[in-house]
Ligand binder design. Structure first.
Ligand code: ADP
Ligand code: ASP
Ligand code: MG
Length: 461
């Protein structure tokens, strides 16, 4: 049994959704299909809410465009009249609910997180019904019933302990081979709170995660992520136009690349399948013949691989530097920095500290930067007042680049080559970090250094 996930572009056009049908029906073994909303619909659902809450009546035009888009898709792909009628009853009922919610938002002028979550869920609720009707003999499953979240630290986090028994129960006959249907279809991304039952979601790009959760719970042979590129590439193809697909990656390498902005796989996706040793195959819906990328534990060819597998970058980086002579040798400064940031829900994605210990630089997102400075200045107010430490130094408009490869640890000279190339191209490294596992070297540069031409020159892939 396999789990196949199709992203927004794969269900976004008549051509791609018919490719999906062909791919799924050609499997010859039971499959679970997880789908995203039709490409662009999640953004449009959000933008329409913004218009409605602002009292802008063009929200209705925007809503009608979404209705039109779904109707056109159904007309083009579902040829059986009876099937089409049944599907339209379901889809129009969902669209009708959505219209009433928008109307409420418009009239009251209020858009709570709860309402936003309900609105954004309609994309996958509708697309999954369309795909279930399209595929011969498929059965639709309601993800809101079995993907459960718990509210923690202001966020909705997936709960494995609540979801797993529900999945095993709902998919029991399919899993043990007694079901009459060979294809299950479910919407990705959407979930409900395990206590209140309110609609939640797994975060933007979260359909990959839904698919991984199902693959792990049902012990799938493989998790296939079908998208619009022919695999995990050496770099973001929109940043570096010479990027090319990587044939094999380890779970560790894929995690490092995703965490540093490789959008092709949503970062939390890898863990559930990695612990069950289920391979992930990335494939192109538009070119199914292409090989794609296989992600495994990769123990078998540890010595043959290239040193650097890929490069990722995050654009919106700010760097905060905590410095002062009082930090030298003082035990507990780092504990205070990280506790303060954690207590304020600020995530740190890079840390760099020289062994002289008189400064620690922390990479955070631009959105968190001001707040991070504020809470750190408050935490160290006494030391700053005494002159033992400086006020936090904030640098904006930066980017973080990570080069990743498990075999870097067996290859001397990578860092030398990297910094040499950067230097020759006049790019100054503002901060740099390498974990002792040596699978990732990250460095912070000015954002403008990420420009296409420069990147192609500097990146030694
Ligand atoms: P889907 O809608 O199928 O989930 P996404 O847009 O989320 O697709 O992810 C695919 C996109 O990720 C690609 O079109 C590409 O632009 C981008 N991307 C960023 N980094 C990489 C990378 N290293 N390899 C492949 N694609 C990448
Ligand atoms: N539709 C959601 C989004 O656009 C989830 C996904 O596509 O994975 O973020
Ligand atoms: Mg995606």
């Amino acid at each position: 049994m396999k789990v196949l996930k199709f992203g927004g572009t794969s269900v976004g056009s008549v051509e791609s959704i018919l490719n999906l049908k062909k791919i799924v029906e050609g499997q010859g073994e039971p499959v679970v299909v997880v789908v995203s909303a039709l490409g662009g619909i999640t953004d449009k659902l959000i933008n329409t809410s913004k218009l409605a809450v602002a009292g802008d009546e063009t929200y209705l035009t925007s809503y009608n465009e979404m209705v039109e888009r779904h109707h056109q898709m159904i007309d083009a792909i579902i040829t059986d009249t009876k099937k089409k009628e049944t599907l339209l009853v379901t889809v129009d009922d969902l669209l009708g609910q959505l219209k009433s919610i928008y109307q409420g938002v418009y009239l009251i002028g209020d858009l709570s997180e709860k309402t936003s979550n309900v609105i954004v869920s309609y994309g996958e609720r509708i697309s999954s019904n369309i795909v279930a009707a399209l595929i011969e003999g498929a059965k639709w499953y309601n993800s809101l019933e079995f993907i459960k979240t718990k509210h923690k630290q202001g966020r909705n986090l997936f709960s494995n302990s609540v979801s797993n028994p529900l999945i095993l129960d709902l998919f029991r006959d399919f899993k043990n081979g007694t079901a009459t249907h060979k294809v299950c279809v479910a919407g990705g991304f959407i979930s409900t709170d395990s206590v209140t039952g309110e609609v939640t979601n797994l975060g933007r790009g979260g359909s990959d995660y839904t698919a991984a959760i199902l693959a792990a719970a049902l012990d799938a042979k493989v998790l296939e992520i079908w998208t619009d590129v022919s695999g995990f590439m050496t770099a973001d193809p929109r940043v570096i136009n010479t990027a090319y697909p990587i044939e094999r990656l380890s779970y560790v390498e894929a995690t490092e690349l995703c965490n540093f902005g490789a959008k092709v796989v949503y970062p939390p996706t890898i863990y559930p399948v990695c612990i069950k040793n289920i391979p992930i195959l990335i494939k192109n819906t538009f070119h199914p013949e292409d090989k794609g990328t296989i992600i495994t534990s990769q123990e078998e060819d540890e010595d043959n691989g290239r040193a650097i597998k890929g490069i990722s970058s995050i654009n919106n980086t700010s760097l905060i530097t905590v410095s002062g002579l009082s930090m030298v040798g003082v035990i507990g400064v780092n504990r205070r920095i990280f506790t303060t940031l954690a207590e304020n829900g600020i995530s740190v994605f890079m840390v760099s500290q020289a062994s002289s210990e008189n400064s620690t630089s922390i990479g955070v997102t631009d959105d968190d930067a001001d707040r991070a400075c504020e809470v750190l200045n408050k935490e160290f107010a006494k030391e700053i007042e005494m002159g033992a430490m400086y006020k936090m130094k904030l640098e904006r408009d930066l980017a973080t680049v990570a080069i990743v490869g498990e075999n870097m640890k067996h290859t001397p000279g990578i860092a030398g080559k990297l910094f040499g190339t950067l230097g020759r191209n006049g790019i100054s490294v503002i901060a740099c970090a390498q974990g002792a596992s040596e699978t990732n070297i990250s460095f912070v540069v000015e954002r403008k250094s990420l420009r296409k031409r420069d990147s192609r020159l500097i990146l030694p892939v």
